[in-house]
Design a protein around this ligand. Structure first.
Ligand SMILES: [Zn+2]
Length: 276
């Protein structure tokens, strides 16, 4: 496993973005790693804390570390959208190399205080730390709060985080073209800080806008929804064939392949190669 901060610095030098892909089981971990190997790209395997009831953090870490040790690419392991210190501590002990603290709903000053404490704890163990400013909504614009550029510099200085997830118009869970990035806001944020900027909700943004976002300073992109939809579709088609289909064919082959293809395509876009 490689320091995610070094992976981000390399992405910035190459004017690319590092892909961070959410996984929820064995097949999705295998798909993300195989796609990254096929594209010869560094990759972040991300695990959202709310999935931990079904696939525990320690099992994810063992699996990813075991696989990554044998691969010719850099692999980071990231805890996504953690809402509490306990989850972050658990990820740190399990061997994650990066954590995101999502203090979405708490007031600014308290968020600064809690984020700084988490950043100090995680940095002492050599982990990369991401926090969110503004709020990237889920499913619709309800609850969306765009990131305030003037706060970003202050937030990074006072918390010491490595990556700021900036709410600049994307929404978790949409289809490509359903949301648009606010490039004026992105530029204003860029002027305020040298921290890495990450984009969540990227499935809703068309590729041309993603490429422009990367050119204008986004160095980490989180991706999940479109790959998840592609896997669901592949599973339905396999079941629907009418034959006696074993679960292996649905999960281990159809779903994994569809997920893998989506991740491969995204990696090409984030690396500035041709995609959708
Ligand atoms: Zn997210």
């Amino acid at each position: 496993m490689v320091d995610v901060r070094a992976m981000l610095a390399a992405a910035r030098r190459r004017r690319q973005a590092l892909g961070s892909f959410n996984v929820f089981n064995l097949e999705t971990v295998e798909a993300v790693l195989a796609a990254a190997v096929a594209r010869r790209c560094p990759v972040i395997v991300a695990f959202t804390e709310r999935m931990a009831a079904d696939f525990d953090l320690e099992a994810v870490a063992l699996l990813v570390r075991h696989r990554a040790a044998a691969l010719p690419i850099s692999v980071g392991l990231h805890l996504d959208h953690s809402q509490n210190e306990a989850g972050i501590l658990r990820a740190l002990r399990a061997g994650f190399t990066s954590v995101m603290y999502d203090g979405a709903d708490i007031p600014y000053e308290e968020k600064v205080r809690r984020t700084r404490a988490i950043a100090e704890m995680a940095h002492a163990e050599g982990l990369c730390v991401e926090a969110e400013l503004g709020h990237v909504a889920r499913g619709s614009r309800k609850g969306e709060v765009l990131a305030e550029p003037s706060l970003v510099g202050d937030f990074v200085k006072r918390t010491g985080v490595d990556i700021v997830a900036v709410a600049i118009g994307s929404v978790h869970g949409l289809k490509a073209g359903e949301a648009h990035l606010d490039f004026g806001r992105l530029r204003a944020i860029r002027r305020e800080t040298d921290a890495h900027l990450s984009l969540h909700g990227s499935s809703g943004i068309a590729d041309a806008e993603l490429r422009r976002g990367i050119r204008e300073g986004i160095t980490k992109i989180s991706y999940f929804t479109a790959a998840s939809r592609a896997a669901s579709l592949a599973m339905r088609q396999t079941w629907g064939s009418g034959r006696d289909v074993p679960p292996y064919a649905v999960l281990s082959i159809a779903a994994r392949r569809a997920f893998l293809a989506q991740v491969e395509e995204r990696l090409a876009v984030y690396a500035g190669r041709r995609g959708r």
